[in-house]
Design a protein around this ligand. Sequence first.
Ligand SMILES: *[C@@H]1O[C@H](CO)[C@@H](O)[C@H](O)[C@H]1NC(C)=O
Length: 205
Amino acid sequence: MLLNLGHDLVLIYCHVIVGTSILYYVLDILVKTVAVIKSNKDTRYALDSIVTHDGMKLPCWALANLSSFRQKIGPDTYDQLDVIGIDEAQFFEDLYDFCCEAADRDGKTVIVAGLDGNYLRRSFGSVLDIIPLADSVMKLTARCELCGKRAFFTLRKTDETQTELIGGADVYMPVCRQHYVNGQVVIEATRSVLESQKLQCGSYT
Ligand SMILES: *[C@@H]1O[C@H](CO)[C@@H](O)[C@H](O)[C@H]1NC(C)=O
């Protein structure tokens, strides 16, 4: 579907559960020279490949930032690339500058997949900042794990509160609006129960 568009910058918002499968799918249909970059913060799987939650593998570069990519892959190899896929885009601080240069100056087709929002439904990293650069923006959805409706949000099942908590189905679950709201209520209630129990235990020792 993207083959005839020339130099593009395509931004795909996708849920953590489907993210890499979608990127794989999009790249798979492009019979071109492709490099995939993902964040080296995610060490859940082998670093030299992205592995979808279905277990499909695609070789890729795990980097701390995007500005080092050209040098890491080599300028000659870089020049020959038609397509650059960026996965887990929410983890790259230099996303805007890299996408701008790759698409505008170097004529690459850039396919960016990432989360638009974090588990609190707030903007995640620089992903929203590159909307003005993109030819095409897609928001894909998973299925709500609880009712099967379209899932737009990510519910964090654990009570950690840092923004960048890397995890898969053990930590996150795709949910619809209703179950996001209900889930947050349950998680908040659980947390306050646990905290009051901690206080009580503390007073016995
Ligand atoms: C990018 O990452 C490399 C390591 O891969 C590091 O040497 C370099 O300083 C980083 N650049 C920026 C701008 O953070």
